[in-house]
Design a protein around this ligand. Structure first.
Ligand code: NAD
Ligand code: DAU
Length: 354
């Protein structure tokens, strides 16, 4: 048996692939376009591993997807390929519409044709797991209940709107064609291999190189944080035992304002790699212009996946954040290759210019 993973050279995808192959010998075909966010270095440990094949290509390429399905006959497709950074979706939404909506549609169409040709046992066993986000639910006020799976969709950024559209397509393919789909909506991930344009790795990288630590607006926006290995175990569990047609929220039960997160990173760095002048990294915190349309609060109610599938996160924020900071300190060449790259530098210069 084989699974097809899309976006497996990105942050969550690479963690998922490494995690999968550490627990199973079931091979993975990894279809990734290697955009700026895809990094084959993250998969270096698998270079000689026959269980993993990286195919550089686009989920929008119908011929390629059909060919991969025909040749490898996967028993499941896990769709992680996406444009994923909210700020970039504000600067240039086109790529988000193309990959997140058109790409998901193309995958669904190719998989539908493939699934229709299967015998009845294979059809029943097949799964299409679509990996989505809590951002589709919109923004919560301070005293509102956390998002459940029945919360209405109210996406506020081009990124979250494109993910919402893809979720709707996935739902429709189950309702209309009976395709055996599963959808997960997860909160903010953090951990090893995250591209240093997202808050946590950006703050660690900037702190270590003496740069400002940019906090948008008043820093009181709240996110629910989940260690990436926990997301991977949640996805494996949904794939294994989820009920087709269902959606599952995945979260860390761990809401925190951004400024608290940044302060906690500084405290860890003060202990693990103190500044030469003995001053706290908190000195480097800089309040900058807010993100347009910035969602104030996300919170995930992850009771359903716990009740129905017995999944709960293993890490607390304290244990996960410590591991994350330690990983970035121990893997500075991985970070430096990215932050020294022209593409990343031009994004940082342009986005944080003011
Ligand atoms: P990422 O940006 O780190 O990685 C995305 C990967 O997809 C990259 O390897 C990129 O090369 C690849 N890709 C992009 N366009 C492609 C295309 N057209 N064809 C094939 N590959 C393509 O993203 P991530 O943070 O790892 O997120 C993975 C998925 O999880 C996304 O769908 C995202 O919406 C979802 N998600 C992310 C988070 C989070 O906190 N990072 C939380 C919830 C859900
Ligand atoms: O909630 C799940 C989502 O989490 C995923 O769907 C997205 O793919 C993922 O990128 C993430 O989106 P966010 O916008 O929440 O993540 P980001 O790391 O960009 O920002 C986290 C919070 O920190 C957010 O409130 C914006 C703020 N922020 C971010 C950056 C990059 C800052 O204050 N300063 C910054 O420089």
């Amino acid at each position: 048996m084989t699974i097809l993973v899309t976006g497996g050279a990105g942050f969550i995808g690479a963690n998922f692939v490494l995690d999968w192959l550490s627990q199973s010998d079931e091979p993975i075909i990894n279809l990734d376009k290697l955009t700026y966010a895809g990094n084959p270095q993250s998969l270096q440990a698998l270079q000689q591993d026959k269980r993993h094949e990286l195919v550089v290509g686009d989920i929008c390429d119908a011929g390629l997807v059909a060919d991969l399905l025909k040749r490898h006959r996967p028993r499941a497709v896990i769709n992680l390929a996406a444009e994923s950074h909210v700020d970039r979706s504000i600067q240039g939404p086109g790529a988000f519409i193309q990959t997140n909506i058109v790409g998901t549609f193309n995958l669904l169409e190719s998989v539908r044709a493939y699934w229709n040709e299967m015998d009845s046992a294979a059809r029943a066993a097949f799964r299409f797991l679509h990996v989505s986000t809590d951002e589709v639910y919109g923004s919560l006020s301070a005293d509102e209940d956390a998002f459940t799976e029945t919360r209405r969709y109210e996406p506020n950024s081009p990124y979250s709107a494109s993910k919402a559209a893809s979720d709707h397509l996935v739902r429709a393919y189950h309702h209309t064609y009976g395709m055996p789909v599963l959808t997960s909506n997860c909160s903010n991930n953090y951990g090893p291999l995250q591209f240093p344009e997202k808050l946590i790795p950006l703050v660690i990288a900037n702190a270590s190189s003496g740069k400002p630590l940019p906090v948008y607006g008043d820093g009181q926006q709240v996110r629910d944080w989940l260690y990436v290995a926990d997301h991977c175990s949640g996805l494996r569990r949904i794939l294994e035992a989820g009920t087709v047609g269902q959606t599952y929220n995945i979260g860390g039960w761990n809401e925190r304002p951004n400024l608290t997160v940044v302060t906690e990173i500084c405290e860890l760095l003060d202990a693990l790699q103190p500044r030469a002048d003995g001053v706290s990294y908190q000195e480097q915190i800089a309040f900058v212009k807010d993100r347009p349309g910035h969602d104030r609060r996300y919170a995930i109610n992850a009771s359903k996946i716990e009740r129905d599938l017995g999944w709960r996160p293993a890490e607390t924020f304290e244990t996960g954040l410590r591991k994350t900071v330690q990983w970035y300190l121990a893997n500075s060449p991985w970070v430096e290759d990215i932050v020294n790259g022209a593409y990343h530098r031009s994004w940082i210069d342009q986005h944080y210019a003011a």
